[in-house]
Ligand binder design. Structure first.
Ligand code: AMP
Length: 352
């Protein structure tokens, strides 16, 4: 049985447009530019840099009072103007609009019950998220078999789901929520290149580990997904568990290296209909230097989708990097918020 109606995408647009007009959604204006990576090893990669003067556009209280108030949990409140669906999978989830989006129609798949944001993704979380991607991309079960000519057009609209798990992953509300956004036009991430080179889907196991993209500096674990899961609800779970296992082994090895710097387990989970990724995270915020100026940047999972956000205090960095066509600060930053790639031994008997 389908979890979402086929008309979901249209419903999202209608509710979003109305909520923006009535002021229930407060959209931040921004500008975005692509920057080709200056790291020659990263070849064709590009970053999608967005400048947004969030603080300058922040609404006056009380509108934004809810997010700044510590420990306030907006997801326990019923907000009809932001709610797209309120009864998903026997009322386990609701689908709501992000109240303060930078990208249009930013969706949140929120558990009805308060569950910590550091908890593991459950089989239902994964399947609800995957079906959301498929529905928004207008890929419905019965049509999946037909390779019709419109397929390419549909694929132009790609969506991604992400989950910021653990204290260093960059979440702000400690109530389990997966997020879903439409990817910027022409965004091609390292994961896309990786699955292009390794298109055969498989479930990682002891003999065959998750894929790692070697040309980025940060540790990354990835798996290509099949075009059609044929309602095999366990498939995503097995992929997730194998990526998580790899990330946990990484944390385990890191702790062995320097036990006094024990870090809480945090990771960025990202999924499209083509692949699933886990990036172990060491920080949500890091300092970078460019042309002898220092900046503090932050990111959640979006940084590892090549999408970086620059606020007023980082405007000079945003402009200078584009002017000089130099993406080094982004590369340094993503490494600082993750862990070094190829660190430690291949997984062995100490694996989780
Ligand atoms: P994160 O910061 O990753 O935990 O994601 C939480 C998101 O929820 C942020 O992007 C906020 O903009 C958004 N948000 C804050 N308050 C509300 C609310 N009342 N309703 C819906 N989304 C909200």
């Amino acid at each position: 049985m389908s979890v979402y109606p086929k008309s979901l995408r249209k419903t999202v647009s209608e509710i979003y447009n109305k909520a923006v007009t009535t002021g229930n959604v407060i959209k931040f204006e921004s500008t975005s530019k692509y920057l080709k990576t200056s790291n020659s090893a990263e070849g064709n990669l590009k970053y999608h840099l967005t400048y947004c003067d969030i603080d300058g556009q922040k609404p006056q209280k009380p509108e934004r009072g809810d997010v700044v108030k510590e420990n306030f949990n907006p997801f326990l409140k019923h907000e009809p103007e932001l709610t797209v669906m309120d009864n998903i999978m026997d009322n386990e989830y609701k689908l709501v609009l992000n109240k303060y989006p930078i990208v249009d129609e930013h969706l949140l798949l929120v558990t009805q019950k308060q569950v910590p944001q550091s908890s593991l993704l459950s089989p239902n979380d994964l399947n609800a998220a995957y079906k959301l991607l498929k529905t928004l991309q207008q890929e419905f079960d019965e049509e999946d078999e037909e390779e019709d000519e419109d397929d390419d057009d549909v694929k132009k609209e790609r969506y991604a789901v992400f989950y910021n798990c653990g204290p260093n992953s960059g979440f702000s509300i400690d109530h389990k929520h997966l997020q879903c956004i439409k990817l910027p036009n022409k965004l091609k991430t390292y994961q896309d290149f990786l699955v292009q080179e390794n298109p055969e889907p498989y479930i990682p196991n002891v003999k065959r580990q998750p894929l790692e993209y070697e040309s980025v500096a940060y540790a990354n674990f990835n798996v290509p997904l099949p075009k059609n899961l044929n309602n095999d609800d366990e498939y995503l779970v097995m992929c997730y568990v194998s990526l998580l296992q790899r990330a946990l082994t990484y944390f385990q090895q890191w702790e062995i290296e320097d036990p006094k710097d024990r870090l809480p387990t945090s990771y960025s989970f990202i999924m499209t209909t083509d692949w699933m990724t886990i990036i172990p995270r060491s920080k949500s915020v890091a300092e970078v230097e460019f042309e002898s100026d220092k900046y503090t940047l932050g990111t959640n999972a979006l940084g590892y989708l090549h999408m970086l956000l620059f606020k007023e205090e980082q405007k000079k960095l945003y402009e200078d990097m584009l002017a000089k066509k130099d993406s080094t600060p982004v590369e340094d930053f993503l490494l600082a918020c993750g862990f070094p790639n190829n660190f430690g031994a291949a997984p062995g008997e100490n694996d989780y």
